[in-house]
Each structure stands twice: as C-alpha cells, then as structure tokens.
Design a protein around this ligand. Structure first.
Ligand code: DGL
Length: 273
C-alpha cells in the first residue's frame, strides 16, 4: 500500500481530461495535478524548450513526493519522456502515447484507415506511428495531421461554437476525404474536449482517446508495483496547480471534473524555480 499522491501534468488543461477516468477507476488515489497554463501551448515549441519545461515540472512533482509521474500530455510524452525517466530513476514515469498506441493496435480493425490528430511536436516525432507499428507491423493505413490551433482555442474555452467547428473543418475535411479516415486517435489530451464537435461533424468516425487509455495504464502499473493507495485517501486531498490561474482554467476544471470551485483545491504555482 502506498498513500503518496500520483503526479499528473500537462502543458495546460488538457491533462485534466484523464482525471475523471482515474477518479472512477482508482477512487482511493490522491492526485497532484500541474497545468503549465502560463506557457501553454507546448505543441508548437521546439523539443529543447519542451524538455526544459518538463524537467522543471518533474522537479516540482518530485518535491511534492509523488509515487508516480503521469505525463498526461502527448507532446511531452513524444519529446521528453526519456529525459524525465533518466532524471528520476526511482519514480515510475508513465506517458500517454505507448498505452494509446497499444489499444489502437489491439482494438482497431486491421484494415481501418487511422488518422492521428495531435500537436505539431507530437506529429513531427512520429511517435504514434512507430509505436502502433511496433505492436502491429502489418498496418498499412496510418495517417497523421497536426492541428495546432485546437489547443489555444480550447484553452480559451472556444469550444461549443462555430469558430471551433470551422477550425475542425479547416484541418480535417480534406484529410478525412483524401485518406478515407474511419478512426481518429485523439493524440492530444486537450482534444477530448472537442469530442462532441468531432462526433457531430464526422458521425461515422470512431474516436480513440489518449486521456482514457492512460488511466488504464496507471492502474496496471500500480497493481504491478503493489502501489495502490489505502482507503483513507479522499477526493478533497487532491490538489490542482496551475502556473496561471486564469478564469478559464478555473471554469474548465469545474466543467471537466463536474465539481464547483469551492469543492476543488486549486492553487497557483510559479515554476520559475
Ligand atoms: N495536451 C497536450 C498534448 O497532449 C499538449 C498541448 C499543447 O500544449 O500544445 O499534446
């Protein structure tokens, strides 16, 4: 039994989309979340900058005494996972891409035309394609496209409206048609927040979400290492840090977790250590 918290982090609010899955699957676990809202988005930044930011977050998480670090961000998982693992060899570090790619290879029919949607940095890394092919080298139809305007719009809360719909059409209509896409892999943890838009615009396309798959990976890893928390951890002990406590961060966290602000422990943390 291990009652230390699990550290989750993302460049912004995206990683929060994996938290409801964790709360459902592992209600006894205590969570420390950090969203780098002051510096989001990461997806259009260089790998060097993303690595530098990631190591700062890792240091913060280690100081918080986490038992596991969960990189609830595809961009960081694609660019900086090895550095983080090397910096903290005694703390298990879990990324989102490997578990999601495994589910894609296992559950998506072999003849499917898969569209990976992600940030520029994730697409540039080629991490999804190589991980899926590691599990199933026979796949012929994996296509990728970067959608860099999605994250800034989502961070602004521009979701349930025409601007987001037009942006989706702009990035994806041609991509879907050209490659006859039947499955989207939401390779950015912000994208589940526009899942309803995607379902409405492309009702026949299957969605696979990295935010959901990482929760299962955490569960498996805790079990393997005998690190489950005991029953006395409580939801009120969860803490949500952000490097900029914007009104939108507070609104989005309430929306994603389905709780009022006074039920949540939300704190500011400046990472310029
Ligand atoms: N949520 C992040 C991801 O999964 C990244 C967004 C960004 O900062 O560009 O890739």
């Amino acid at each position: 039994m291990d009652n230390r918290p699990i550290g989750f982090f993302d460049s912004g609010i995206g990683g929060l989309t994996s938290i409801p899955y964790i709360m459902r699957q592992l209600p006894a676990e205590r969570i420390v979340f950090f969203g780098d809202t002051a510096r989001t988005p990461y997806g259009s930044k260089s790998p060097q900058t993303i690595r530098q930011f990631t190591l700062q977050i890792g240091e913060f998480m280690a100081k918080k005494g986490v038992k596991m670090m969960v990189v609830a961000c595809n961009t960081i998982s694609a660019t900086s996972l090895d550095e983080l693992q090397a910096a903290y060899p005694d703390i298990p570090v879990i990324g989102v891409i490997a578990p999601t790619a495994k589910v894609v290879a296992r559950d998506v029919p072999p003849e499917s035309h898969i569209g990976i949607l992600a940030t520029k940095a994730t697409i540039r890394s080629g991490a999804y394609v190589s991980k899926i092919l590691e599990h199933d080298p026979s796949r012929q139809h994996i296509y990728s496209t970067a959608c860099p305007a999605f994250v800034p719009l989502i961070e602004e809360g521009i979701i349930d409206n025409q601007i987001m719909d037009l942006t989706i059409h702009y990035y994806l209509d041609r991509f879907v048609e050209e490659h006859q896409i039947d499955t989207f892999v939401l390779g950015c943890t912000h994208y589940p927040l526009i899942a309803d838009n995607l379902r409405r615009i492309y009702p026949d396309i299957r969605l696979i979400s990295s935010s959901k798959e990482v929760a299962t990976a955490v569960n498996i890893e805790l079990s393997r290492r005998h690190m489950y928390a005991g029953p006395h951890n409580q939801e009120k002990d969860n803490v949500f840090y952000a490097s900029d406590l914007s009104e939108n961060f507070v609104n989005m966290i309430q929306r994603i977790l389905g709780r009022d602000q006074d039920e949540l422990n939300i704190r500011f943390k400046n990472l310029d250590l």
